[in-house]
Design a protein around this ligand. Structure first.
Ligand SMILES: NC(=O)c1ccc[n+]([C@@H]2O[C@H](COP(=O)([O-])OP(=O)(O)OC[C@H]3O[C@@H](n4cnc5c(N)ncnc54)[C@H](OP(=O)(O)O)[C@@H]3O)[C@@H](O)[C@H]2O)c1
Length: 279
């Protein structure tokens, strides 16, 4: 990896482990100024220290935020603005998976709230800083967005909850949103998404329903998050907007992700649910 992002201001969510951590390391190596976002200050501090130690980069910082809470996302955006007047790279990456339906403080189903509404709200709250930098939003999605799920617009899982269906809905929303955002931004900033592929992380173990006592052995069978981080870096540093990648190459996403009426409906719905105007 020989990217040069010296002085570029970046934010990565879900940065204390997994693909978010590996991407933050790659950004730090490329000379970027990186803000790590995650729920837990102690885990973030330890990730920041490890990145500083392994890369020698010193402009790595963190902002704690539980992305399940819209108030926390708004506070995160404000705290970021106190420190920076531009944002070159926003990597929306944090995700959660749960066997049980959970409801957030805002009354939303938790998987959709963390995996998509937080992407949507954070991006829109920081959009002027991204445009100021002519920057790029990278939404970490999944090829699973292609799987057929009943009630794709039942974003709160009101007609029944199933872990994988809730996850798939959120990942379809990621790709649909990215394409709609790219259409709305035109040439003012870029918006792309990608599937990292099956990667050795806790999220994969949970999705595959592997018992925790087998995680260590099973994790060894999958590519490390560094492989996914390479794809993230290529999406960040190469030109183009409205892109979607699998296995590191541009591919056409699912017909539902390409459905512009669905994308507009989801945009309106997410705007209403986050208290944002349509535009
Ligand atoms: N791994 C794969 O095989 C795979 C395949 C396709 C797509 N993906 C996508 O890749 C992305 C990264 O996943 P991963 O595999 O690296 O997952 P991971 O190792 O489980 O990491 C998830 C990250 O998100 C953070 N997070 C979870 N809930 C949060 C919340 N409420 N607020 C703030 N941060 C929160 C976690 O922090 P905590 O430590 O606080 O929990 C952690 O840093 C996700 O978008 C996922 O959908 C992964």
């Amino acid at each position: 990896m020989h990217s040069n992002l010296t002085g570029k201001v970046c934010m990565v969510t879900g940065a204390n482990r997994g693909i978010g951590y590996a991407t933050s390391v790659a950004l730090a190596r490329a000379g970027a100024i990186v803000t790590l976002v995650g729920r837990d200050p102690a885990r973030l501090e330890s990730a920041r220290d490890a990145i500083r130690r392994t890369t020698g980069a010193d402009r790595i910082d963190y902002l704690p935020a539980d992305l399940a809470s819209q108030a926390a996302v708004r506070s995160l955006a404000e705290r970021f603005r106190d420190r920076h007047d531009r944002l070159d790279v926003l990597v929306n990456n944090a995700a959660t998976i749960s066997e049980q339906r959970q409801v957030t403080v805002d009354g939303r189903e938790r998987t959709f709230a963390v995996n998509h509404l937080a992407y949507f709200l954070l991006t829109r709250l920081l959009l002027d800083l991204l445009v100021a930098a002519h920057g790029v939003v990278v939404n970490v999605a999944a090829s699973r967005h292609r799987d057929a799920v009943e009630g794709i617009e039942d974003i709160d899982s009101l007609t029944g909850y199933e872990m994988r269906s809730a996850y798939i809905r959120s990942k379809l929303a990621n790709v649909s949103f990215t394409l709609e955002l790219a259409r709305r931004l035109g040439a003012s900033a870029r918006a792309n998404s990608f599937c990292p592929g099956a990667t050795a992380t806790e999220a994969l173990m949970q999705f595959a329903r592997i018992p925790p006592e087998q995680w260590q052995q099973r994790l060894a069978q999958y590519p490390s998050p560094d492989t996914a981080a390479e794809v993230a870096m290529s999406v960040i540093t190469s030109p183009g907007t409205g892109r979607y990648l699998e296995d590191g190459v541009d591919v056409t996403p699912s017909p539902q992700a390409l459905d512009q009426d669905l994308a507009r409906r989801l945009w309106s719905r997410c705007s209403a649910l986050t208290g944002l105007p349509e535009d």
